[in-house]
Design a protein around this ligand. Structure first.
Ligand code: HXC
Length: 511
């Protein structure tokens, strides 16, 4: 047979295998599985791997009978000219469900990603384990979940929920670093509304049960939300621009850009009255390159902002108290949010900057009974464990456990700055005065007056940054206008930081 005949045969097979069925939701302007990959990746960079994987060849010798590409397209490409591995599940093929060979294709590229230190991005839309393949499908999931765990902390793993995902199709994303969802389109649940109804009698629609708002705002399962498919994939590209390819590399640098805000106005960004609310994002506008941030968990546990940004062209992870939500208190959800973010940054060599204005942990039975002790300990653990450069800026309040969890020098924070408005103390002045002078206040004819005087005395004596400076737990009190320059300088002098920890198999973070 001439080479041309072989090529003709190849072209025929390719044509059959590359046939794309349209995803069902054509009205919602849904891209096909392949179109999604092509949109996500740099132009002309996609190379398919495993295009002919199919059970049809050996079972029937007839490729017509094979489910199209086993319901998933796998391969590699680039984002911002840096390599990534990708897969995209095709819901039009048996609901994107995962059979043995579907899993094998994903495992192949996961292995390549891990061996080459390259991020992996999964575009998920799948009903979970393919029911017809029984135990083989479950084994397939086991193989993926095992690789997700091995890859954790070695390469960034990103999951995008493009439509409905159930069963194993949510547990694999849950093991990855970041989950993106699309408003009114994505759904994630371990079982859908029908099963919920038959098991519990509860009537719930699929958006309420596991839509983008539910998981971005209530459960914290998802980290990012976008309006439509393209906006979501654009956001994935943006996230990639901040991240290194693996845990042995520094994050990529870009050309430095000044903030858009004039530095003088920073003096108005944080009110001097300790209890007055403000949005800490306004402050970040004076700090970050181009006044840009990429918020992680934007709608979950909003009492703290966690975001990626750049200072002088270099990626940093920022954790900032958010006084306009719950006064910036630490609570159960925010503990998970901070600990997870800090640990991601530590895995991937991203320096941490913490802006502190924290009255403490949120008191009350709902927090205590929900396990604030167990959850709050995660923040302490994550910061203490992190060996990347750690810098804190205390803006106003830094009281008690909140202070220690977010900026305690003794937890290994390398450089601590305080603004002149900082109050670093065991607790707020009024609470402190009412404990120390309890008897005096109780026995006085004018308890309000005594409390006021003692609160004032306490504030003047203890609630300032200078005492902490005198004990060496704050390195300097700075003019707010110097903040960005001091941070950039600190990042430079900490760039070669090496910090080791005692040998262990792994720690036992309180979960
Ligand atoms: C085989 C499946 C499938 C599955 C969906 N389909 N899920 N086929 N195995 N797991 C098929 C449907 O039969 C249908 O085929 C097509 O995909 C589209 O599904 P629809 O139900 O019509 O779509 P929709 O209404 O959008 O609902 C999507 C869905 C629903 C919410 C995902 O299909 C669903 O609830 N599926 C079952 C989910 C589930 O319970 N999975 C758990 C598996 S166990 P036709 O031919 O009609 O187009 C698991 C354990 C892993 O994953 C363990 C790891 C830890």
């Amino acid at each position: 047979m001439s080479i041309h005949k072989y090529l003709e045969e190849l072209t025929g097979y390719r044509k059959k295998f590359q046939q794309e069925k349209q995803n069902k939701d054509i009205k919602a302007n849904t891209l096909t599985a392949r179109e999604r990959l092509l949109y996500l990746l740099d132009k002309d960079s996609f190379m398919e791997i495993g295009a002919f994987v199919s059970s049809g060849w050996e079972n029937t010798g007839n490729i017509q009978q094979t489910p199209g590409r086993e319901g998933v397209i796998t391969g590699s490409g680039t984002i911002g000219k840096r390599p990534v591995y990708v897969f995209s599940q095709d819901f039009s093929v048996m609901g994107g469900s995962l059979g043995e060979l579907h899993a094998l294709k994903i495992c192949n590229i996961m292995d390549l990603a891990l061996k080459t230190g390259t991020p992996i991005i999964g575009l998920n839309e799948s009903g979970g384990a393919r029911i017809q393949e029984g135990i083989n499908a479950l084994t397939g999931y086991g193989n993926i979940l095992n690789r997700n765990t091995l890859a954790s902390g070695v390469i960034p793993q990103i999951s995008v929920i493009m439509g409905a995902c159930a069963g194993g199709a949510v547990y694999s994303p849950a093991l990855t670093d970041f989950i993106f969802m699309i408003s009114e389109k994505s759904r994630m649940f371990i079982t859908g509304p029908q099963v919920v109804k038959s098991a519990t009698g509860e009537d719930v629609n699929s958006q309420e049960l596991g839509g983008a708002i539910t998981h971005n705002q209530l459960s914290g399962v998802a980290h990012f939300i976008a309006q439509d498919e393209k906006a979501c994939l654009d956001m994935v590209r943006k996230l990639c621009s901040y991240l290194p390819s693996n845990n042995t590399e520094p994050p990529p640098s870009t050309i430095a850009a000044p903030p858009l805000e004039s530095v003088e106005k920073i003096l108005d960004a944080v009110p001097t009255q300790p209890n007055k609310q403000y949005d800490v994002r306004n402050l970040l506008n004076f700090i970050t390159d181009g006044s840009e941030i990429l918020e992680v968990h934007r709608y979950f546990a909003q009492n703290v902002v966690t975001c990626f940004a750049r200072l002088n062209g270099k990626t940093v992870g920022i954790v900032a108290s958010q006084p306009c939500h719950l006064a910036g208190c630490l609570d159960i959800h925010v503990s998970d949010k901070i600990a997870r973010f800090v640990r991601f940054c530590d895995c991937f060599n991203i320096p941490l900057i913490t802006f502190v204005d924290v009255p403490g942990f949120l008191p009350g039975t709902s927090q205590e009974h929900g396990g604030i002790i167990r959850h709050g300990a995660k923040i302490i653990y994550a910061y203490a464990e992190a060996t990347v450069p750690k810098i804190a800026v205390i803006l106003r309040k830094a009281y008690g456990g909140g202070y220690m969890a977010m900026s305690g020098r003794s937890l290994g924070v390398d450089i601590v700055f305080a603004w002149p408005t900082a109050e670093i103390a065991v607790m707020g002045p009024e609470a402190a005065a009412s404990v120390i002078y309890r008897d005096k206040i109780k026995n006085s004819n004018n308890p309000g007056d005594i409390l006021y005087k003692k609160t004032k005395e306490y504030r003047e004596k203890f609630a300032n940054p200078y005492l902490a400076c005198a004990r060496g737990i704050v390195d300097d009190v700075i003019d707010p206008r110097e903040t960005r320059d001091r941070l950039i300088h600190s990042l430079d002098i900490l760039a070669n930081k090496h910090d080791s920890r005692p040998f262990k198999k792994h720690g036992n973070i309180p979960l």
